[in-house]
Design a binder for this molecule. Structure first.
Ligand code: HEM
Length: 133
């Protein structure tokens, strides 16, 4: 007998829990369906390439949730500064994300963890990153 501690399998990441790239692809499809149907948010996307936004969001979400993916898009501050978004827009955006996540088999803690990780980008999206302190 040895006193080696047994190897515990590593915890699945949130990326794994959502279903990897496929699951995140589905999440982003449903999420942007809701965003585009929202009369307050939809018009911001007029003329934007939804194919690119979805693809970039799959990367960003995958990386933010611990997946083996690198975000290759523009810095978020540059992608959003011309939109002059306000906190109320961000709040609606995140509310849609929570609604979409309710369609996934996740615990409430996991859903809140995902929201927290995506909210880390809020200041960049709002262009208020310089507002700390
Ligand atoms: C934390 C929240 C958000 C994240 C993480 C996020 C992320 C992204 C990403 C990754 C892109 C693609 C960047 C690229 O093309 O390289 C993008 C583009 C865009 N986002 Fe967001 N976004 C957020 C909030 C919002 C909100 C609230 C709106 C408006 C309601 C919005 C509107 C747009 C638009 C219109 C584009 C396309 C801009 C263009 O190509 O001119 N985003 N976003």
């Amino acid at each position: 007998m040895t006193d080696e501690t047994p190897r515990t399998p590593s915890e699945p990441t949130l990326f794994d829990r959502v279903g990897g790239m496929d699951g995140i692809g589905t999440l982003i499809q449903h999420f942007y369906h809701a965003i585009l149907s929202d009369p307050e948010l939809g018009p911001f996307f007029d003329g934007a390439s939804m194919e690119r936004i979805r693809r970039m969001q799959v990367e960003l979400f995958s990386a933010a949730l611990g997946g083996p993916v690198q975000y290759s898009g523009r810095p978020l501050i540059h992608a959003h500064q011309h939109l002059h978004l306000e906190r109320t827009h961000l709040q609606r955006f995140v509310d849609h994300l929570m609604d979409t996540l309710k369609g996934f088999e996740l615990s409430d803690d996991e859903r809140y963890d995902i929201i927290t990780r995506i909210n880390l980008y809020a200041d960049d999206v709002l262009g208020s990153a310089a507002g700390y302190g």
